[in-house]
Design a protein around this ligand. Structure first.
Ligand code: NAD
Ligand code: TYD
Length: 338
């Protein structure tokens, strides 16, 4: 199989490419990535020679139809896995425009190019955030109404609906996966877990929004990648699949776990002004993916977080390199206001 993976230089896309090159000796992967601030070709460096020979990197935008149609033909692409997106909620609050440009317009252009070239399978990667927020009980299921609250989640919900429309209107073979919060190697340090690792390692205050009791359902990134692989191989066209890990934790639990593993004092926690529109609780019901795809997450949070922090400790240079000028500019202005 020849696959076009978009956004493969980001956190989840890179983990996905590593997984499938390692598990399918006859698959070839073309990675189309614009290399925004979050895209890092280093995330795929050091592939074993035999895997590197089956991997091609192309820098470019999913919104560029001439480019994508050319890639579909040149590489005889069978399937697309669309990870490319602007992905950080805080940035979407600061400036929503790039989120709609890439996540909505870009996805539409990619769907159209894939339809024109009769691509046989298109897996669109989405998030639990499209469902909005939960009260103290219950979980999101695939039929939960979409109720996004941030510009990021509104842009993702819009692209999910485009996928639905392409299936219903054109019979285009697209399916959507929605996953809860990922953590693991190669995550860009603007997201909670790597950011808190960085701050704690430097003995700097850890900025916890509001009362710190917002809940996320944490899943180890390779478990998410396994779900996407199953959806690619076995998913039904037009279907939505939720992936989660029964990993509900509030932010204070996550942050204190990180401090404890690193041997740092809880007094580093600093409560700051809350994120506007901050969703209170996410939890994913993934029984449908269990039944239909055989999806089972393997990692418990307790072991996954240790493996993740070990990876960051062993990859200090990677961490230093991703904190370039544009990283610092956004982080400085965002946290100055909090
Ligand atoms: P990320 O920000 O780490 O990576 C995004 C990648 O997309 C980067 O490499 C970036 O350069 C690339 N990109 C951005 N705009 C592009 C464009 N116009 N054309 C081509 N490439 C472009 O994001 P991530 O955390 O790896 O998330 C990947 C996908 O998974 C996103 O669609 C996101 O919505 C979804 N998702 C993320 C999570 C999570 O916890 N991180 C959970 C569920 C779903
Ligand atoms: P984040 O990693 O940005 O993921 P998402 O907003 O997509 O769930 O944030 C996870 C949780 O951590 C969320 O409730 C917001 C909170 N958070 C903080 O308390 N402080 C921070 O500096 C960041 C980045 C997030």
């Amino acid at each position: 199989m020849q696959i076009l993976v978009t956004g493969g230089c980001g956190f989840i896309g890179a983990n996905f490419i590593r997984r499938i090159l390692g598990r399918h000796a006859d698959w070839r992967v073309v990675n189309l990535d614009k290399l925004t601030y979050a895209g890092n070709p280093d995330n795929l460096s050091g592939l074993p020679q035999e895997q590197a020979e089956r991997y091609t990197f192309v820098q470019g935008d999913i919104g560029d139809r001439e480019l994508t149609e050319g890639l579909f033909e040149e590489h005889r692409i069978d399937a697309v896995v669309n990870f490319a997106a602007e992905s950080h909620v805080d940035r979407s609050i600061h400036d929503p425009a790039p989120f709609f440009q890439t996540n909505v317009m870009g996805t539409q252009a990619l769907l159209e190019a894939a339809r024109a070239k009769k691509i046989e399978r298109f897996v669109h990667i989405s998030t639990d955030e499209v469902y909005g927020t939960l009260g103290p009980d219950g979980k999101f299921v695939e039929t939960t109404p979409l109720a996004p609250n941030s510009p990021y989640s509104a842009s993702k919900a819009s692209s999910d609906l485009l996928c639905r429309a392409y299936f219903e209107t054109y019979g285009f073979p697209v399916l959507v996966t929605r996953c809860s919060n990922n953590y693991g190697p190669y995550q860009f340090p603007e997201k909670l877990i790597p950011l808190m690792y960085l701050k704690a390692s430097a003995d700097e205050p850890l900025p916890v929004y509001g009362d710190g009791l917002n809940v996320r359902d944490w899943i180890y990134v390779d478990d998410h990648c396994k779900g996407v692989e199953l959806a690619l191989l076995k998913g039904k066209e037009g279907q939505v699949y939720n992936f989660g890990s029964d990993g509900e934790k509030n932010n204070l639990e996550v942050v204190t776990t990180i401090l404890d593993i690193l041997g740092k004092p809880h007094s580093l926690i600093s409560f700051v002004k809350d994120r506007p529109g901050h969703d209170r609780r996410y939890a994913m019901g993934y029984g449908f993916a269990q039944r239909e795809l055989g999806f089972e997450p393997e990692y418990e949070f307790a072991s996954g977080i240790r493996a993740t922090l070990d990876w960051y400790r062993a990859n200090d240079e990677w961490m230093a390199r991703v904190q370039d000028g544009s990283y610092r500019t956004f982080m400085d202005s965002w946290y100055k206001e909090r």
